[in-house]
Design a protein around this ligand. Structure first.
Ligand SMILES: [Zn+2]
Length: 125
């Protein structure tokens, strides 16, 4: 078992938060942006979809580590984690293989039962 401290993510941008464990945002800009979005009635649908996308991204990246940037896992494990296959930001075809991305983290369907999670390294962090 790992003894690493619990990793927290910014409620707005999903960046990893360092420091106090009760922090919800990585900085004031994220806090303000989050509250501005919450206050905009018209953004409710967009906001909900963004949340699903960010949620998906978080689940996908949760299976990866800094040293393991791709991993093959069972599709049902992804579903059990709460992943929603309906939501992705874009698709990409590379060497004839189609990838579905949630921002910079995506997956490739390997078989009926398995998917391979990948990171798009062409996106600069
Ligand atoms: Zn943030």
């Amino acid at each position: 078992m790992s003894t690493q401290p619990e990793i927290k993510y910014c409620t707005y941008c999903d960046a990893t938060i360092r420091g106090r464990s009760d922090k919800k945002f990585c900085n004031d800009a994220c806090r303000n942006a989050y509250h501005n979005e919450m206050n905009k009635e018209s953004s409710t649908v967009v906001h909900r979809i963004n949340r699903n996308l960010k949620h998906n991204r978080k689940i996908l990246s949760g299976f990866l580590t800094p040293v393991q940037e791709t991993i093959e896992i069972r599709r049902d494990i992804l579903l059990l984690s709460g992943f929603n296959f309906m939501y992705f930001t874009h698709t990409m075809v590379s060497d004839g293989i189609q990838y579905h991305f949630c921002y910079d983290v995506g997956y490739q369907i390997v078989s009926d039962e398995k998917v391979s999670i990948v990171v798009d390294k062409t996106i600069v962090h």
